[in-house]
Each structure stands twice: as C-alpha cells, then as structure tokens.
Design a protein around this ligand. Structure first.
Ligand code: 1PR
Length: 528
C-alpha cells in the first residue's frame, strides 16, 4: 500500500497509474492523519515552490510529513517533491522549505541551453542504492527550471547528479528517504524500474558507501515526438488523421490512420520520447462538452509512461447552457486526465495580438493563467505559420529572412505568417512575434509547425526553425515535413531545436522510431 500525497495541483494521475501498473494499491492523503498512518509515502510535487509550501502549511501536512521523514519511514519525492525538501528556493523568495536537506534551490543560469530543461538526461550515481538496482545508464525524464546543487552540507544526501550546463542534484537519499528531480512515472521502463525498487524493498538503506564507476558528464537527448492529429470523421468516430499542408480530406473523406489510444501505445513501445495529441477541430468543438479527448488521455496514461501533451480548443468558452469555462478550467481537466503539458494554438495568436496592441499583460490570458498555476513548462505554444514571399524586406514590417528556396515568382525573401483555426485564417502577426511574446507571457516551449512543409516528406524548414530559435530561450520542437531518418539528423545538426516531431511517416509505418534513433546515433546526436 502506497500513500500518495496529492495536494491537487496537476498531473499525478501518471504517478498513480505507474504504482497501479506495478501491482501496488494507492491510498490518497485526505487529512494529516493519513500521513501519520502512512507506511510508504510518495510526494509528487507540482506547481511552484511557494504554492506547494503554502498548500502543505494550510492543510496541516508539514508536521506529519517531517515526522514521517525524521522517523526514516520510506518516502519518495518527485520533482518539486525533491525541491521542497531543501531550505528555500529562488522561485518563491521568503518561503521556507521543509529544511530536511541543506541548501537553496536556484534557477538554471541563462546560457547556451534553454530553460526549462525539458527532456531525457542521464544520472551519475554517488551511492550504491537499491533504488537503482537493474538500472543500466538509461536516460530519465526531466522538466524543470530550478535545481539544487551539491555543497558540503548536503554531501551525505547526494544520490545522483546530472549535467545541464552545470552539475546539479538529480537525486537525494538518506536511509529510507529519497527524492528525484526527474519523473520516474514519465521515464518509461527505466522509471518504472525505480518505482518497483521503491515499492518492493523493505529497506532502502544504501548497501555500499560509494559507487566505483567514474562519473561522466551526462547529456540531454534530442527528443523524438510522435504527433497524433485527432478529430471526428464524418461518421462521428474519433480518428487519428493526417493532412497535406493541413488538408486532411482525401476524395472528400477525412483520412483515417488509426485509433488514438492504440497508436499512442504503439509509439510508446517503439521508443517515442513524448506523445502529442492535437484535437485539430478544437477551435470549433469544445472539449468539455462530450469529452472524447479526455477519455483518450485517461486511457492512454494507463499504459504510456512518457510525457503526454494535448492541444486543441484550449481557450475560454461559454456553453449552450450559459456555463462559463476559463482556459484554465479546460487545461485543469486535461492535466487531471493525464496530460503533462497543454498546447495552445489559436488562442495564443489572439493573446499576442492583444498584447502587441496594448503593450500590457492582462494577466487573464490562457498562457498567463495556466503558466501561473501549473508552471511555464506545462504551457506549449503551437505555431501554425505559412510562408509569405516578398521581393524585399521593405515590403513588410514583419521579420523576414533571405531564403534558399525562393518564392514562385523568384522572391528572395519571406516572412512566416501565423494562422488560426487550423491554418484556415492568416493573421497580421509573424512566427517570431508569436513565439517571443508567448515566452514573455509565460510559455515554456514552442511547437513549431510549418504549413508549407506539413505532410510533404521533404524535410523540416530549417530556416524557420533557426529564425524562431534565435528569438527565444525556451525549448523548440521542430515539426512538419519529416520524410526519412536523415531529416531528423539534418534538423538537429542544422538547428538548435531540442526536439523533432513527426506524424505521417510514423502513422504510415514508413519509418520506425527505432530507425530514426539509429540514424541519430550514427550521426553522433545524443538520443535516448
Ligand atoms: O487552435 O488551440 O484549437 O489548436 C489546434 C491545434 O490543431 C493546433 O496545434 C494546430 O497545429 C492543429 N491543427 C489544426 N488543424 C490541423 C490540420 O492539420 N488540419 N494540425 C492541425 C496540425 C501539424 C502537426 C503535424 C506535423 C507533422 N498538424 O501537428 O503533426 O506537421 O506532420 P508530418 O510529419 O506528417 O509532416 P487550437
């Protein structure tokens, strides 16, 4: 029996599912007495440091939590569940942490690497812990902007460290109390193995003192994302579809490439580092009404233990009965159903348009609201740009590039016009404006599609990716146009994109994910 400390701020469904998958039962903490009774306690922190500490305080959980830890009863903290063990965090100045592990949690410094760190990275083991029995150097999934570093005072707690620009603490353990900065519940089989070791071992007490293996610098992998564009076909069945330059109909019918839950499971098993669902008619259907995507997420998260992102229809809405939903309500429902990130398309364009017009952050936009509650790393902006060719940069106020693929009339320049409603409507805003303003409003990642390239199998638009990447410091997922394994190597060698997404070649079984990774390894690109 595992006791789960869920204080109601995000996706703990995956933690629950991982524990259940391993055959253990989950008991939820509903009051302080449940913590006192707990044998093995799992604390998956979500949200911000200040928010988490404030909730623990308000619910009267701090004292029993500390008693559990000081009694050396089995405890496993995840992500913020690790950070709150420290004294304090720069994320929430003036807020005291649990003070179990000495040190302050700081933000990753600005530098070459994007912040947040999102993706799969390795760990260096500093103790021979039973938790890592059976672990063979596999990478684990991280998503965070803040990190703790080793110092003399916390030396005895050091379990694992990881490199991301600098070395930081990715795991702590003393006796039966441990915590990870990475997410075991999102780290595929390697993560489930760690969970299993926590569940199965009566005592987690470290066997040997130090690990003999020499520590090497770990490196973050470039991620491969499988994308499922989902919509109802004309018979009302929810299908995975795929467009050519966003046109998903063939001979009048919506292309049907499979069922969302089954396909997601297949991609997980084939080694996808992340799975994205886009409800492509979300601009007109409202996801809370008949909830098909919520069901898709719930069922997927039962068997898929890598990050799940969902987009489409994330905006405020008033239904036929006059019930109002904020974008935050919609996102919350998705997070509860198993999503780790939500992606905002059309609504981000409207938000940035308003921001550019007024020069003011309203605080009310979907980006701002969701980022504030769930953190920047949970907010992805899906950009749907299309090339607009011009003869000279003077012809437009938008950011242009001199392109290597001139326009139909020999135009040597182009800018990237953002669209809404699934590419149906072009707006007077470019991809650089959308990406950089969204970052300023609180977005944590950019999903950079390209309508010209979508479904063409002609490779990614490197010019677009380099342009946008040079204007943001958050991770960018390159999307649209993948046709062969070499295209992924090309995008990772030719741009600084952290991830590359593809749809058509995976759905049609033209290229297995394993082949993409094999090619990346041959080309010396870090992969999982
Ligand atoms: O505007 O917030 O409701 O979100 C709608 C979402 O649906 C947006 O993220 C938008 O990108 C997506 N979308 C809308 N219409 C379409 C369409 O195809 N008709 N799909 C659509 C976007 C693009 C990628 C695709 C890649 C890779 N699809 O997701 O998977 O281009 O494809 P490829 O590898 O086959 O080239 P909102």
């Amino acid at each position: 029996m595992i006791t789960l400390l869920d204080y109601g701020a995000g996706n703990v469904r995956s933690v629950r599912n991982a524990i259940k998958k391993l055959g253990a039962e989950v008991q939820d903490v509903t009051c302080a007495a449940d913590i006192i009774k707990a044998e093995k306690l799992v604390f998956p922190g979500v949200g911000s440091f200040g928010h988490a500490m404030e909730r623990l305080q308000r619910l009267g959980y701090i004292e029993p939590l500390l008693a559990h830890i000081h009694a050396d009863k089995p405890f496993l903290g995840i992500c913020l569940g690790l950070q709150t063990l420290f004294d304090s965090s720069d994320e929430s100045l003036g807020v005291k942490g649990l003070g179990v592990v000495p040190g302050n949690v700081g933000r990753f410094p600005e530098g070459e690497l994007s912040v947040p760190q999102i993706g799969w990275n390795g760990v260096n083991l500093h103790q021979d812990s039973p938790l890592f029995r059976g672990h063979t150097d596999e990478k684990l999934y991280f998503v965070h902007s803040f990190r703790a570093t080793a110092n003399k005072a916390n030396k005895e707690w050091l379990l694992t460290t990881t490199n991301y620009g600098e070395e930081f603490i990715s795991g702590v353990q003393r006796g039966n109390v441990c915590a990870f900065q990475f997410h075991p519940e999102k780290s595929g089989k390697a993560g489930l193995n760690l969970f299993a070791n926590f569940l199965e071992n009566q005592s987690l007490t470290v066997i040997g003192k130090a690990v003999t293996k020499t520590s090497v610098e770990t490196a973050i992998a470039r991620r491969i994302v499988a994308c499922l564009d989902v919509r109802a076909n004309d018979n009302g069945d929810l299908v995975v579809t795929k467009g050519d330059q966003y046109d998903v109909r063939e001979e009048g019918e919506v292309r049907n490439l499979g069922k969302p839950v089954e396909l997601a499971k297949r991609y997980y098993e084939e080694g996808a580092d992340e799975i994205t669902f886009l409800n492509i008619t979300g601009f007109r259907d409202f996801p809370m009404e008949d909830q098909p995507m919520i069901e898709v997420l719930r069922r997927t998260s039962e068997n898929v233990f890598v990050p799940l992102c969902i987009g489409g229809g994330i905006r405020e809405f008033t239904d036929a009965n006059g019930k109002e939903y904020t974008a935050l309500d919609v996102a919350t429902e998705y997070f509860r159903s198993g999503a780790d990130k939500i992606s905002i398309g059309s609504d981000a364009v409207y938000t940035v348009e308003e921001f550019l017009e007024t020069g003011q952050k309203s605080g009310k936009s979907s980006i701002e609201q969701i980022s504030k509650v769930y953190g920047a790393q949970a907010v992805v902006i899906s950009v749907d740009p299309r090339r607009v060719y011009v003869n000279s940069p003077d012809e437009t106020s938008h950011t242009t590039i001199k392109t290597v693929t001139p326009g139909p009339n020999g135009e040597e320049y182009c800018w990237y016009q953002c669209t809404v409603r699934g590419g149906r409507e072009g707006r007077d805003i470019d991809a650089v404006q959308l990406a950089s303003c969204s970052q300023g409003l609180g977005a944590g990642e950019i999903l950079l599609n390209c309508i010209d390239k979508d479904g063409t199998n002609s490779g990614f638009d490197l010019e677009l990716i380099n342009l946008v990447k040079s204007h943001v410091s958050i991770p960018v997922i390159a999307s649209s146009g993948a046709g062969c394994p070499g295209d992924f190597s090309e995008v990772f060698k030719g741009t600084k994109a952290e991830a590359a997404l593809a749809a058509g070649i995976f759905h049609r079984r033209e290229v297995p994910i394993a082949k993409v990774k094999e090619q990346m390894r041959l080309d010396k690109i870090e992969t999982r």
